[in-house]
Design a protein around this ligand. Structure first.
Ligand code: NDP
Length: 325
């Protein structure tokens, strides 16, 4: 039988962690034949709550869950990690400027990047969920010089899934009929969910531009706020579900003739500044995400991509000035 895969989860006692850990323990992250060992990281004040979640995980008697360890020290938590899900982050509080938020997160993602560099397994794959996810991933990556840069990714799969759901409703077809949607840019309100190359039942999707601009794009980009408004709490289970999808696809690949979306290190494709972590349409094969190349970009898409990338460049410049990268 296979040795267990070490999965490190930060912010394990939070809302997303609560939904995510049960999905991992049930085998949905890596597959029904892969045992997993959980390594949970929390800040000292939240360790007790993480212990409570671990008790519930024990009580699930999951056949694939071969152990749970809880840490408040990143060095220990990332020791031997094969997969790292960085969920814990500093939430934006009232009156906090963007720079303050980036600085507070630098204090979290810098030591985590260092710990991954020092102790993670050679095949480490990192997904950053905690916001601002793209730039947090950039900070972690820049403190892990010995880890290949392409092992650092940020989550835009939730945006991708939200886009699939909206288009499926609009066209009255199941999500399985839809292919080649893409999220470009930052996981923020500037993101660009694109249907330019989308297909329904193998044919180009045709929707009117007014619906795209005044309904589809804002609905996808502002879905988080709409869920807070309705639920009184931010989305958590859907974020956990997208994190599961992101890693499952990374490890097991995308189906032929389709792609997905992920925040990956830009190689300069499509004029996206090299080195930043931006969302692109990506395929996955042999455990690697690759940017889909050679797509024609129309003027509308061009302007939207440029705007979101400009925001990412600004975030990069801010963390550079703060000495975080
Ligand atoms: P959640 O579990 O709800 O969210 C965690 C992070 O995920 C936030 O940064 C949140 O961003 C982000 N996120 C990304 N996509 C989504 C989405 N679609 N919907 C909602 N959130 C999204 O936060 P909690 O406050 O419940 O839990 C955070 C936990 O992290 C706490 O237990 C805290 O102690 C821990 N923590 C751990 C750290 C560590 O391990 N070193 C460091 C810091 C915190 P946004 O804020 O924008 O919603």
């Amino acid at each position: 039988t296979q040795a267990p895969v070490n999965v490190t989860v930060t912010g394990a006692a939070g809302q997303i962690g609560y939904a995510l850990l049960f999905r991992i323990a049930s085998g949905q992250l890596l597959g029904q034949d892969v045992p997993v060992k959980l390594r949970l990281l929390e800040i000292p004040q939240a360790v007790k709550a993480a212990e409570g979640t671990a008790m519930e995980l024990d009580d699930g008697a999951f056949p694939l869950l071969s152990g749970i360890d809880i840490f408040d020290d990143p060095k220990q938590a990332f020791e031997g990690a094969n997969i790292a899900l960085l969920v814990g982050a500093r939430p934006r509080s009232k009156g906090m400027e963007r720079g303050d938020l980036l600085e507070a997160n630098g204090g979290i993602f810098k030591p985590q990047g260092e710990a991954i560099n020092a102790g993670a397994a050679d095949d480490i794959k990192v997904l950053v969920v905690g916001n601002p996810a793209n730039t947090n991933a950039l900070i972690a990556k820049s403190h892990a010089p010995d880890v290949p840069a392409d092992r650092f990714t940020a989550m835009t799969r939730l945006d991708h899934n939200r886009a699939l759901a909206q288009l499926s409703k609009k066209l009255g077809v199941p999500v399985t009929e839809l292919k080649k949607l893409a999220i470009w840019g930052n996981h923020s309100a500037t993101q660009y969910p694109s249907v330019q190359h989308a297909e329904v039942g193998g044919k180009a999707v045709e929707v009117d531009q007014a619906w795209l601009e005044s309904d589809f794009i804002p609905t996808v980009a502002k879905r988080g706020a709409a869920i807070i408004e309705a639920r009184g709490l931010s989305s958590a289970a859907s974020a956990a579900s997208a994190a599961i999808d992101h890693v499952y696809t990374w490890v097991n690949g995308t189906p032929a003739g389709d792609w997905t979306s992920a925040g990956v290190v830009s190689d300069g494709s499509y004029g996206v500044a090299e080195g930043i972590i931006s969302s692109f349409p990506v395929t996955a094969k042999d455990g690697k995400y690759e940017i889909v190349q050679g797509l024609e970009i129309d003027d509308f898409s061009r302007a939207r991509i440029d705007a979101s990338v400009a925001e990412l460049v600004e975030e990069r410049d801010t963390v550079q000035k703060l000495g975080l990268i």
